[in-house]
Design a protein around this ligand. Structure first.
Ligand code: FNR
Length: 374
């Protein structure tokens, strides 16, 4: 297996391993992709103010994420169509999460079904819900409950599909359209093509029956035609339906966070969907401190985390945990479970080194006092 020492190293390997159309689906953002850069810049605008003469011989990375003890403050973000990067990519990512002792969030648009992931991998499984249709949402929630998932994550930032021009240009979708460009690209990436030929075309596994209803929903999900009428009343209905932990993802406004908590959500995930939806959106880091101060212990965050020091900065601002997105797909595309697990190890090592060098013995002791806003 090729070796990389950083997330960017894995990014480069993934770029080489994947056909251009597939890498562009992984990497792309909405419109001019300014939000992708804004997400990264948000971390540079925060500098660390280290403390000295502290015993940091054994930095501790263990923490409580929403009241549950974890060895690392990380969570695997939900990512649809991960079978495009590696056959049954969801299973591979879930295995890497289980190995690291952290939660895995299965996307509604997964290529391994709710039940398959539970039966074949297990671990701390969370289910992410896209509401394409209210009846279908109820059906999925009941399946997740029956399969043993105990955290439901409602994604709220895809009212309509973000305008991802890379995908529009390449025609990315499932099943792949075999245009001459796609065929040539596939031939230039023989290992990826061989895996695809052996495993077969990825399916939206949660809707894999032959019923017309499922086919209709597959098409709606693939083009991300969500139920744009879903509103606060819908969240309330979902709260009544789901008896366990409920998180709302894609929230950024402090008033929306307050409303979610008032309606009974157990926490929120501040996110701009990794810059894939609203190009002019703020980085979640811009609102994190204010929101985490108002709702301690209830706030997770994602979008743009590429270094252990990025994670440390979010925890210092009050986040309880951080979802990792694309970096795990870079690892997955390079070497399946081994690659994704290696990316988690890189984060772990970098968080540990950052803590030691900034004179903080434990992630639980991080505070805004370790940061300077430049
Ligand atoms: C995503 N994301 C996402 N979110 C979600 O709620 N459901 C989904 O199915 C998907 N699918 C998806 C596919 C791909 C290829 C990517 C890159 C992202 C968003 C994801 O959960 C997370 O919010 C972002 O990926 C975080 O940003 P970074 O870390 O990728 O920059």
């Amino acid at each position: 297996m090729s070796c990389a020492f950083s997330v960017n190293g894995y990014r480069e390997l993934a770029r080489r391993h994947l056909p251009r159309m597939v890498f562009d689906y992984l990497e792309g953002g909405a419109d001019d992709e300014k939000c992708l850069q804004r997400n990264l810049d948000a971390f540079d605008a925060l500098e660390l103010l280290p403390r000295r003469l502290i015993n940091v011989a054994q930095p501790s990375l263990s923490t409580e994420v929403l009241g549950v003890s974890q060895p690392l403050p990380l969570i695997v973000a939900p990512m649809g169509l991960s079978g495009a990067f590696w056959p049954k990519g969801d299973l591979e990512l879930a295995r890497a999460a289980k190995k690291a002792g952290i939660p895995f969030i299965l996307s509604t648009a997964s290529n391994a079904s709710i039940e398959e992931v539970a039966e074949q991998v297990g671990g701390d499984l969370w289910f992410q819900l896209y509401v394409v249709h209210p009846t279908l949402a109820e059906h999925l929630v009941k399946r997740a409950l029956a399969a043993g998932y105990r955290t439901l994550v409602l994604t709220t930032d895809v009212a309509v599909n973000g305008k991802r021009e890379r995908d529009l240009r390449s025609g990315f979708g499932l099943p792949f359209k075999y245009t001459p460009n796609v065929i040539i690209d596939g031939m230039l990436h023989p290992r990826w093509s061989l895996r695809l030929l052996t495993a077969g075309m990825p399916q939206l596994a949660n809707f894999a029956s032959t019923q017309a209803y499922d086919a209709e929903l597959q098409a709606a999900l693939l083009s991300r035609q969500m139920d744009a009428s879903f509103d606060w009343a819908g969240l309330k209905r979902l709260r009544d339906l789901w008896p366990h932990r409920l998180l709302v993802k894609g929230i950024l406004h402090p008033d929306d966070v307050k409303h979610c908590i008032e309606l009974g959500a157990d926490g929120v995930i501040l996110s701009n969907h990794g810059g894939r939806q609203l190009d002019s959106s703020c980085s979640p880091m811009a609102v994190l401190e204010q929101i985490a101060t108002a709702h301690p212990g209830k706030v997770l965050v994602d979008s743009g985390f590429r270094r252990g020091s990025d994670v440390v900065k979010a925890l210092a601002l009050g986040a309880s945990g951080v979802l990792i997105g694309r970096p795990l797909l870079y690892g997955l595309a390079t070497a399946g479970t081994v690659g994704a697990a290696s990316v988690l190890d890189i984060f772990k090592d970098e968080i540990s080194r950052t803590l030691a060098n900034m004179g903080c013995a434990c992630v639980r002791r991080l505070t805004p006092g370790y940061l300077i806003h430049t």
